[in-house]
Write a protein that binds this ligand. Structure first.
Ligand code: ADP
Ligand code: MG
Length: 414
């Protein structure tokens, strides 16, 4: 018995060591690549994390509350200022390089006139939106790499944006609050890259705090930190399934929410969004809505109520009840918002049957991607292994499982 307990502790310590080693390896690698490419050592290193959302799903565009955490997977940039007009970026993970200036970016081209690669739109977009505010973005040499998996819903894109925002802040002689950097990153992604994301991704990457969840009011953009007990781990499980056509489904749900507000306004003229409708009011009026609109809106109204409860629960250290809210959230996303899929449901069902699991649910937009699980810390490695086996035996797919913890937001390391 004692041996098993020690083994759990050893597993967790090993996990932290392997995470630390992975990050040191990335920093060593980008530093060496910088030296090889530019002939000197980089002056600075920044890091900016990915994120995961614990509660408050599909409520950001309904003025609700979201509860993300920055995770201990991040993008790292080694960089130095340079004396030419153009910035040169090496994307180690893409094995590619790009050069651009403030003059070439409006046309999405490089300094030599060729079109910017897709990955380069993210840093170039950050330069573009900073320049739009009149902030200077001095030319830099940069080498960057990341251990945030790309396209899994853990916001590798926001981590790249927030890392470059801090890099240019370091060289530009100006300072912005993290939330303002997040808003400019979102603007870059919406208007320059052309991806319609909400503010949560950049917010969490910019504002993350070690061992804390972040509670963001998507209407006022006010936010605060909420403690997460030390003895829980956030385990992210990637189904490895990616569904196509999700943009159309996403837009349909946004439209259903708008339609619900329009119809509910007849009885509740003061409401601006579903955020303004209480669960009681909704129960009274739901019968007047078309079935599908009613289901979508019920998810949003009840999910906002759940995220309202989260703060008091976690302040009181009541992880058990918080985990139940996560489980309820999954049922609601599956049955009311209808954004789950077979693989996500399997991953959640297997997780919920395992020892040490407080709560499990799909996270992100849905239709594939990842689940998020809150797990007793000393059970996390066994949980991860058993979950992977259970999922694979039912689906034939090998999942990716990441045991993470809430981490700091974008920061200059040196
Ligand atoms: P995610 O959920 O990971 O944010 P997105 O599709 O929003 O998925 O963003 C992924 C894109 O961000 C990649 O296709 C690439 O263009 C860019 N990106 C992310 N990480 C890196 C990286 N390490 N190096 C270069 N580009 C990256
Ligand atoms: Mg993204």
């Amino acid at each position: 018995m004692k041996r098993a307990v020690y083994q759990d502790e050893i597993n967790i310590v090993n996990l932290h060591i392997s995470c630390y080693n992975r990050h040191m390896q990335i920093i060593d690698h980008i530093t060496a690549t910088f030296q090889e490419t530019f002939g000197s050592a980089p002056e600075h290193i920044v890091r900016a994390p990915g994120r995961v959302n614990l509660l408050g799903e599909h409520v950001d565009y309904n003025d609700g509350f979201v509860l993300p955490a920055a995770i201990d997977r991040a993008t790292y940039i080694a960089f130095s200022p340079r004396n030419t007009a153009h910035s040169t970026l090496v994307a180690v993970d893409m094995n590619q390089q790009a050069s651009f200036t403030s003059q070439t970016i409006p046309s999405k081209t490089q300094a030599d006139g060729s079109t910017l690669a897709e990955w380069a739109l993210y840093p170039a977009g950050v330069m573009w939106s900073l320049n739009g505010e009149g902030l200077s973005t001095p030319a830099l040499n940069a080498v960057f790499a990341s251990d945030v998996p790309r396209g899994s819903g853990l916001s590798s894109s926001a981590s790249v944006e927030m890392a470059f925002a801090v890099a240019w802040q370091t060289l530009g002689g100006w300072t912005l609050p993290p939330m303002k950097r997040a808003l400019l990153g979102q603007k870059a992604e919406n208007q320059y890259v052309g991806v319609n994301c909400g503010i949560m991704d950049q917010f969490a990457s910019a504002c993350g705090v070690d061992n804390k969840l972040l509670l963001l009011d998507c209407r006022s953009l006010e936010w605060k930190t909420i403690p997460l007990p030390e003895d829980v781990s956030i385990v992210i499980a990637d189904t490895t399934v990616r569904r196509k056509l999700t943009t159309g489904e996403y837009n349909k749900r946004r439209f259903a929410c708008e339609e619900a507000v329009r119809l509910l306004k007849q009885d509740l003229p003061a409401i601006k969004s579903l955020r303004d409708v209480s669960v009681d009011e909704f129960n009274r009026l739901a019968g007047e809505l078309p079935d599908e609109v009613s289901k979508r809106a019920r998810h949003v109204v009840e999910e906002i109520e759940r995220s309202n409860q989260a703060e008091a629960l976690l302040e009181a250290g009541n992880v058990v009840h918080f985990g139940e809210l996560m489980n309820q959230c999954h049922v609601s996303l599956r049955d009311l918002y209808e954004v789950s899929c077979f693989e996500l449901d399997v991953m959640v069902r297997v997780a919920q049957s395992l020892k040490g699991c407080y709560g499990a649910r799909l996270t992100g937009a849905g239709f594939g991607g990842c689940t998020v699980n809150l797990v007793v810390r000393k059970e996390a490695t066994t949980f991860a292994q058993t979950l992977a086996e259970g999922y694979e035996s039912e689906t034939g797919l090998k999942p990716e499982i990441y045991i993470t913890r809430a981490s700091n937001g974008a920061e200059l390391l040196r």
